[in-house]
Every structure is written in structure tokens, then in C-alpha cells.
Design a protein around this ligand. Structure first.
Ligand code: SF4
Ligand code: SF4
Length: 78
């Protein structure tokens, strides 16, 4: 499991999630921020501080946000 940042981050990008993440696994991907699924420890701290509710556990992603799963993962694997 990992947490995933959805496209609702785009246009906001206030870094609040990055500031509270204990393992530095959140990065600026340009259009939006993304989470490295290999390093996320599933603490959930980032969820509470996001002003636009852009962050979900991968197991709770709304159907329309499923493409965000690959978008986050591929940033670190391509
Ligand atoms: S769930 Fe925790 S470890 Fe994972 S990205 Fe959010 S703050 Fe970082
Ligand atoms: S807290 Fe939310 S809006 Fe801010 S950078 Fe993180 S995901 Fe994007």
C-alpha cells in the first residue's frame, strides 16, 4: 500500500504535504506533487494537511482518480 496524490493538487501545489512527510517521499513532478510508493510508510500525515483533499490511500482511490496511481509510480520508475 501507498498513498497517492491526485490531479486535484495541480494549481495548488502549496507543499503542505511535503512539509509534514517524515520520510521525504513527496516530490514536485511539475504539474502536481507525487508520492514515491516505494518509500511511503503509509502514515497518513499528508492527508490531513492537504487543502484540496488530493491525497488518498491507493486502496481508497475514487474510480476517476485511478490514473493517478500510475502517474505517481511512473514518475519514479521511468
Ligand atoms: S502517507 Fe506519510 S509517508 Fe506517505 S507520503 Fe504521506 S506523509 Fe509521507
Ligand atoms: S498538500 Fe495537497 S495541494 Fe498541497 S502540494 Fe500536497 S497534494 Fe498538492
Amino acid at each position: 500500500m501507498s498513498y497517492v496524490i491526485t490531479s486535484r493538487c495541480a494549481g495548488v501545489k502549496d507543499q503542505a504535504c511535503m512539509d509534514v512527510c517524515p520520510c521525504e517521499c513527496i516530490f514536485d513532478a511539475g504539474d502536481q506533487f507525487v508520492i514515491n510508493p516505494d518509500d511511503c510508510i503509509d502514515c497518513g500525515a499528508c492527508v490531513a494537511v492537504c487543502p484540496v483533499e488530493a491525497i488518498y490511500a491507493d486502496t481508497d482511490l475514487p474510480d476517476q482518480d485511478l490514473p493517478s496511481l500510475a502517474y505517481n509510480r511512473d514518475f519514479f520508475r521511468l
